[in-house]
Design a protein around this ligand. Structure first.
Ligand code: NAP
Length: 290
């Protein structure tokens, strides 16, 4: 019997049980996926839960806000990506070792590249309505500088993108400059966004602004036009179409929300726990546009 679950707080809107129960069914495995809401300061409960993974009572866990950093002291070892980003979203056991991994970074990159392969940014050719494929400048602007931004920035830098991080607190963006010392990162004030935008070809929202129930909000500053060559990737997956995505599409830009990333990171976590590959369509149809 396989016991899986998710640690976080709050967990009301999580789609993870649907994704992983579909994966268990698809792989013909007996098991269950439970939610473990643990309040932000309750580190004792966190430690006790992780001990249940160590003792094999629980097979593996996902981790979400606010515990992606909090779990680290209770683990024996981190994967390379978890180490660099300082964030764990998957806990699993290998022999007697309790490991922390991060499947957000590869999950994001796989889904981003799938999106860009069919929706490369517009090239401003007057009268031209077709999307052009081919080479383009890899200049990304990241909105927000929290846990998921670390995975996104790490994935983009490794994939050869130049990155600007815009945060409402500049000191939080500055932490990225200190973290990724081998790369040249720019930082910007998200509330003003008074930087040159014309070279930007990708905007990634990593803030929760626009998430249910605040679906009338957007992290993009009012009165600021989107760069004309940019594609937009919004990590939010609930709702299926955010205000940011709607506004960008209304301006003729390609834009997508983070459902594909959610599925990729889940499938990679499932593989770490069970050794099984899950067809992404199985997980996609389990959540649909819910
Ligand atoms: P987080 O660690 O709390 O970071 C959120 C970031 O957004 C922080 O920099 C925060 O700044 C900023 N922010 C919050 N409210 C803001 C506002 N009103 N205006 C400007 N900036 C604001 O959260 P996270 O783990 O990175 O998650 C962020 C979002 O990504 C969530 O919606 C989550 O569901 C989504 N996500 C999706 C996937 C996926 O698979 N698709 C994976 C991971 C995360 P302050 O520190 O100043 O508040």
């Amino acid at each position: 019997m396989i016991h899986l679950g998710l640690i976080g707080y709050p967990l009301g809107h999580s789609l993870s049980p649907k994704l992983h129960n579909a994966a268990l069914h698809y792989c013909d495995l007996q098991g269950e996926y439970s939610l473990f809401p643990i309040e932000p300061d309750d580190l004792q409960s966190l430690r006790r839960l992780l001990e249940r993974v160590r003792s094999r009572e629980i097979t593996g866990l996902n981790v979400t806000i606010p515990h992606k950093q909090n779990v680290i002291p209770f683990l024996d070892q981190l994967s390379g990506t978890a180490e660099v980003t300082g964030a764990v979203n998957t806990i699993y056991r290998h022999n007697e070792i309790l490991l922390g991994g991060n499947t957000d970074a590869p999950g994001f990159l796989v889904d981003l590249n799938r999106f860009l392969a069919t929706h490369l940014p517009w090239r401003a050719v007057p009268g031209e309505t077709r999307r052009h494929r081919g080479s383009f400048n890899k200049n990304a602007l990241i909105l927000g500088a929290g846990g998921s931004a670390r995975a996104v920035v790490y994935a983009l830098l490794k994939d050869g993108w130049e990155v600007t991080i815009a945060a409402r607190r500049l000191e939080q963006a500055q932490q990225f400059v200190d973290l990724f010392t081998n790369y040249r990162l720019q930082i910007a004030d998200l509330t003003l966004l008074n930087i040159e935008l014309s070279n930007i070809t990708l905007i990634v929202n990593t803030t929760p602004v626009g998430m249910i129930p605040n679906t009338d909000q957007s992290p993009w500053p009012e009165n600021c036009r989107f760069p004309t060559h940019a594609a937009i990737y919004d990590l939010i997956y609930n709702p299926f179409e955010t205000k940011l995505v709607k506004d960008a599409r209304a301006q003729g830009l390609s834009a997508i929300t983070g459902r594909g990333m959610l599925i990729e990171q889940a499938a990679l976590a499932f593989q770490l726990w069970t050794g099984k590959q899950v067809a992404r369509e199985i997980m996609l149809s389990a959540v649909g546009e819910s």
